[in-house]
Write a protein that binds this ligand. Sequence first.
Ligand code: TMP
Length: 207
Amino acid sequence: MSKGLFITFEGIDGSGKSTQARLLATLMRDYGNDVRHTREPGGSAGAEDIRRLLVEGDPARWSPETEILLFTAARRDHLERTILPALEAGQIVVSDRFADSTRVYQGVARADLRKTVDTLHELMIGREPDLTFIIDMDPEVALQRGLARNSGEDRFEDMGLQFQKDLRAGFLGLAAQFPERCMLINGNQSPANVSGEIQAVIETWQA
Ligand code: TMP
C-alpha cells in the first residue's frame, strides 16, 4: 500500500495548470512536506522519450487508438519508476496531468473511445489520484495563450478551437463523474487568485 499523497492537475491546453502545479508543489514544500513534482506525458526518462513522439509534429501523425497505447506506455513507465516509488517513500506527488487526460483527450475529444481507455487503464495502470484539480478555462483564451508560447509542442493545440471546446466539455463531465476526488477550479482569473482557491481546498481537504 502506498503511504504518500497523489495530487494531479488537469485542464485544456493553455489553462494555466502547469503554473498551478508548480505553485502547489512549492506551497506543500513550504508546509514542510517532501514533494515530487512531475508531469505527463513524461516524468521518467523513457516516458520523456515517448513524450516527444506525442506532442510534436503533424496532428494526423497518430490515430486516437495509437495515441492511447503510447500515452499508456509512457504512464506505465512513469508509474513504475517515479510515482509509486515516491508514494512508497511517503512523498507528496504533484503531477501535471495523469490518466484523466487520456480519458478526455483520447476517450472523448479525439474519438468516442472512453471504454477502450478505461479497459487499458484497468489493465496497465489501476491507480487513481487522491485529489485532482481541474482548471476550467475559456477555450478561446486558453488556445491563444497556448499557441503564443511557441513551445514546439503544439500538436494538440493545432487540432483547433472546436477540439479545445470538446476537451472542456469532457473535463466538466469528468468532474461530475468523480466528484469525490475532482475539484473544479475557475481558471478565468489571475494566477494568484486561482492559487488561492487551490490552497483553500487543500487546507480544508487535509483537515
Ligand atoms: P502538456 O502540454 O500539458 O505538457 O501536455 C502535452 C499534450 O498532450 C497536451 O496537449 C495534452 C496531451 N495529452 C493527451 O492527449 N493525452 C494524455 O493522456 C496526456 C497525459 C496528455
